[in-house]
Design a protein around this ligand. Structure first.
Ligand SMILES: Cc1ncc(COP(=O)(O)O)c(C=O)c1O
Length: 376
């Protein structure tokens, strides 16, 4: 039946298609993976799979589903012990599990900042933080990406309690925040710093906040389990008080069914596996360096330690074409289009993994060099 609403939906989709921006669920192809967030190969690790299977065998009586929210029937001693284990590993007072990083950011930014408060976000912050801010009545302002002066200017103008949101590794550019300086700045002005470590956790130890010894100076840290841990879910790390506040006021936590036991078990197993196999992080660094040597041979290597390597090639059509050409050659790299990134900043977002072979990395670089000039 066609009515005004369906007509409107149809028109919006048609406009998207006309702009060359229509999103479709991709068919997974058997290509060399240079695009997923499975940095350490955990989602496909036979050794980890065997450990998860073993753990499942030992918990055959556990329920399949969580049966309710954590505040109703969905809580368990296992979940609370896992949170305590995560908190101890990160040397924080408490951790609270969330079903995803997206819901954890919604929870933090919708529940903490109140009317009259200010949330200051890096201009490149992840969409989940922005959506969380949209659910809050606080004022939201942006500061220039990774720019300390811009951040300080905004903090000086902030009203009410001031929250600052950054990522330690930025998801689209793969660059790192000046964490020490930003933490010091926030401390100086009494601003509450929240650091999203989605792309740092498991890639750089337990995250860059922990590595830099800044845990006590940061108000909250978000780690996610869908990337280096190869699983699903997230945890907010902070004080007992913060955990208790989120349990009481964070609607994405309160009004959602808890994680199923199978997921909790996978998280526990994968977290321990990560600690036992810390050398994988060095393997990843070696692969990243090899990629950079292949691509930038003969010139100063742009050291970007994160596995996210953005190659900016302005224009949606150009990055789409390159991505298609790479797929034809057996390599999966996704194009990131505007408006996901600002116009002119369209890019190939290359993710390096421990399991990428040197031959595949060489092939990728060889194909890229036909189309790009890395020295520009
Ligand atoms: C920086 C950042 N934060 C949060 C999220 C959301 O995490 P999840 O995929 O667990 O919902 C992502 C995922 O893309 C991310 O890149």
């Amino acid at each position: 039946m066609v009515n005004a609403a369906t007509l409107w939906i149809h028109e919006r989709l048609q406009q998207r298609a006309a702009d060359g921006l229509l999103r479709k669920l991709p068919q997974q192809q058997d290509l060399a993976d240079f695009c997923s967030n499975d940095y350490l190969g955990f989602s496909r690790s036979p050794a980890l799979k065997a450990k998860v299977f073993q753990a499942q065998q030992a918990h055959q009586d556990s329920p399949l589903g969580a049966t309710g929210s954590r505040l109703l029937t969905g809580n368990s001693a296992f979940a609370e012990n896992l949170e305590a284990e995560i908190a101890a590993a990160h040397q924080v007072e408490a951790a609270l599990l969330f079903n995803s990083g997206y819901t954890a950011n919604l929870a933090l930014f919708s529940s903490l900042p109140q009317k009259g408060d200010t949330i200051i976000i890096d201009e490149l912050i992840h969409g989940s933080v922005i959506d969380g801010c949209r659910l809050s009545f606080a004022n939201r302002i942006k500061f220039k990406h990774n720019d300390l002066q811009s951040l300080e200017d905004k903090i000086k103008r902030a009203k009410g309690r001031c929250y600052v949101a950054i990522e330690s590794v930025y998801s689209m550019d793969g660059d790192l925040a000046p964490l020490k300086e930003m933490t010091a700045l926030c401390k100086n002005y009494g601003a509450l710093l929240i650091v999203d470590e989605a792309h740092a956790f498991g890639v750089f130890g337990k995250g860059l906040v922990h590595l830099a010894g800044l845990t006590n100076d940061v108000f909250a840290v978000l780690i996610t389990f869908g990337k280096a841990l190869g699983a699903h879910g997230a945890a907010v790390l902070g004080s007992h008080l913060l955990r208790s506040y989120l349990v009481n006021f964070a609607r994405p936590f309160i009004y959602s069914t808890a994680m199923p036991f199978s997921n909790l078990l996978q998280l526990q197993t994968a977290s321990r596996f990560l600690q036992e196999n810390a050398s994988l992080q060095e393997d990843l660094q070696r692969k990243i360096l090899f990629f950079q040597q292949c691509l930038f041979a003969g010139s100063a290597i742009k050291i970007r330690q994160s596995p996210i390597q953005a190659i900016i090639l302005p224009g949606n059509e150009k990055v789409k074409r390159l991505s298609r050409e790479l797929a034809d050659q057996g390599i999966a790299v996704y194009p990131i289009l505007s408006p996901t990134v600002p116009k002119g900043q369209e890019r190939l977002r290359i993710c390096i993994h421990t399991f990428n072979t040197d031959q595949d990395i060489e092939k990728l670089c060889f194909l890229l060099l036909k189309d790009i000039n890395p020295h520009e």
